[in-house]
Design a protein around this ligand. Structure first.
Ligand code: ADP
Length: 576
């Protein structure tokens, strides 16, 4: 199955692959010519007693063949790696594009450590498949056939021995192959699990330390590494065993040719030159088959990684049901309506949202509240179009959302997430994500409105200070302010705000609060609220519970109902 898909990949570079195989075949044929010249030189010098003047032309030709063979081998090696590089580049590109198209909901569901491992190590393992295994597969069939073409006319017996012993090597490889494949697959899975776990531990180190679990985690890591070591050794054991068997078969078969040829030489049934030629050809005959055996395991590792790569590439993208695209009139206020929306995550049985209906009028501020797992983030993901409703529909000014191109829609929505991500780059570049074509003045104006300007000016290089991985570390509050500045710069009419839960110092809290208030003014806002102050100020509150809107209204009337909202607010200590 995987092999079939890998072959399909190979078709995209078939010209380069054919060239690689052609060069390899050329090098194989030159080996025959080389053996022929060598046999002739030895024959002339030792049996016919000629001196250097009789063979120097032959020796020169021999040297020429050797050099030519080396050049062919070099070029075919370069070609093979070019093939692999092209495929690797292409696979990485497609994987990244597909992951981006699948969106944050899919990536969050997966282990990001595993994905990183796949993008780096996995794609790298595919290289051996294309650079080594695949060309060798063709050469293992072609070169021995070509050599047989020389051997048969010279000597039928030797030809027959070669002909019947050759299939033994692929046969044994096939027998060992199934076993090896299970093992390499296991090895690949353990490696992926290890990377995923390692990233988890690194990201959650603070939590682990606080709860005194870092030692226990170290033990788990040790256990996983040990498993990886064991599976790797298992793979190596099979690889060595199969190499031994293949070498053994090749040696025995060569010896068989040597003995039969030597016996006939003793009884003068075959001329010396031909006997020596056959003897020199025998190892060249088995060489491509033996090499196939050695590359087989590396190829297997590539195929195992490829299995997972294709699995991701074949994950269907969120369906687009667009039938005739509609563009929103610029500058119009946005009226968003959820009408009986259903959504179930592919790996879950219960729907995350069931029959959810609500309106967002232009300029309105709606707070989504509910216990964790109620479906608040799912509503936000639907609004941002990371996922599409599976039932019901979302409309904007009466137009179904799926008829508006996603790129265009996203220009109308700004998101201030709970944990804003800062990419490696300067502060200005990070704010500019809101609107990439913005000038520095506009970036600064947005930062001023977000209340971030003063702390940015206090940084060593101001707006040019590098942040993100490898740059300076900003506090959680400062990152929030940058995210708000991004949203100001984007100036979208609809704002999705996922409120931060982490407690900040009162001064920063106040700064963020003011920045958010001025950001929300005049915009339609959907806020996933975690603070009572935000909830009090919302025009309307939607209470989600188990994927359904269970209560809706304003703070006072909801409190009076003594329902889910009342319990939530009591838990926050808002009412006694
Ligand atoms: P909230 O934001 O209110 O905490 P969510 O919208 O994140 O709730 O989750 C609603 C339900 O959907 C939960 O049962 C959660 O386990 C599930 N869920 C959320 N995200 C994913 C995901 N990426 N894959 C699978 N299930 C998910």
């Amino acid at each position: 199955m995987v092999d079939k898909r890998l072959w399909r990949e190979a078709r995209t570079v078939r010209f380069l692959l054919a060239l690689t195989v052609g060069l390899g075949l050329g090098a194989g044929l030159l080996a025959v010519v080389q053996a022929g010249y060598l046999a002739r030189v030895v024959n002339r010098v030792f049996l016919e007693g000629q001196d250097l003047s009789g063979v120097w032309l032959l020796l020169l030709a021999l040297l020429g063949v050797i050099i030519f063979r080396a050049v062919l081998a070099w070029v075919s090696e370069v070609m093979a790696f070019r093939v692999a590089a092209r495929i690797k580049y292409d696979l990485r590109q497609r994987l990244l594009e597909h992951l981006l198209a699948l969106g944050p909901v899919y990536v969050r569901g997966e282990h990001s450590g595993e994905l990183v491992n796949l993008l780096v190590e996995g794609v790298e393992a595919v290289e051996t498949y294309f650079a080594r295994y695949l060309p060798q597969l063709a050469l293992a069939a072609l070169v021995p056939l070509a050599i047989l073409g020389f051997a048969f006319p010279i000597d039928l017996t030797a030809g027959l021995i070669l002909f019947f012993t050759a299939p033994l090597i692929p046969l044994f490889m096939y027998l060992i192959g199934g076993w090896a494949q299970t093992l390499t697959l296991q090895q690949w899975e353990t490696l992926s699990r290890m990377s995923a776990h390692f990233l988890d531990v690194l990201q959650g180190l603070t939590t682990l330390k606080i709860f005194g679990q870092s030692k226990a985690q170290a033990r788990v890591m040790a256990w996983i590494s040990d498993r990886f070591r064991k599976t790797s050794l298992g793979v190596l054991r099979v690889a060595f065993l199969s190499a031994l068997v293949l070498e053994f078969l090749a040696t025995i078969s060569t010896a068989l040719v040597a003995v039969t040829v030597a016996l006939r030489l003793v009884y003068a049934r075959i001329p010396f030159e031909e006997a020596l030629f056959l003897l020199l050809l025998a190892p060249e005959f088995y060489l491509p088959l033996r090499l196939l055996g050695t590359h087989f395991h590396a190829g297997m590792a590539g195929a195992s990684a490829a299995g997972r790569i294709f699995e991701i590439l074949e994950t269907p993208l969120p369906q687009k049901r667009s039938c005739g695209e509609v563009h929103l009139a610029p500058g119009a206020g946005l009226h968003v309506a959820f009408e009986g929306v259903y959504y179930t995550y592919s790996d879950k049985e219960h729907p995350a949202l069931e029959d959810v209906s609500f309106d967002l009028a232009p300029g309105e501020r709606v707070a989504l509240v509910g216990p964790s797992g109620a479906g608040k983030s799912t509503v936000a993901s639907l609004l941002l179009r990371f996922i599409e409703p599976q039932g019901g529909r979302i409309t904007v000014n009466g137009v179904p959302l799926d008829r508006i191109p996603a790129e265009q829609w996203r220009r109308y929505v700004a998101l201030v997430p709970q944990h804003p991500y800062l990419f490696y780059g300067s502060i200005a570049e990070n704010i500019r994500l809101g609107r990439p074509e913005a000038s520095l003045d506009e970036v600064m104006a947005a930062a001023k409105r977000a209340g971030a300007h003063s702390f940015i000016q206090g940084l060593p290089r101001g707006y040019d200070t590098p942040v993100g991985e490898g740059g300076i570390r900003l506090s959680g509050g400062q990152a929030q302010l940058l995210a708000i500045a991004r949203a100001f710069l984007k100036n979208a009419p609809l704002l999705v705000l996922d409120e931060a839960t982490a407690a900040l110092d009162p001064a920063t809290e106040e700064l963020i609060h003011q920045a958010l208030e001025s950001l929300m003014a005049g915009r339609t806002v959907l806020v996933i609220a975690h603070r009572l102050a935000t909830v009090y100020r919302a025009h309307r509150i939607l209470v989600l519970h188990g994927g359904r809107v269970v209560e809706r209204g304003q703070h006072e009337e909801l409190l009076k109902r003594q329902g889910v909202y009342h319990r939530l607010v009591s838990a926050y200590g808002g009412v006694q």
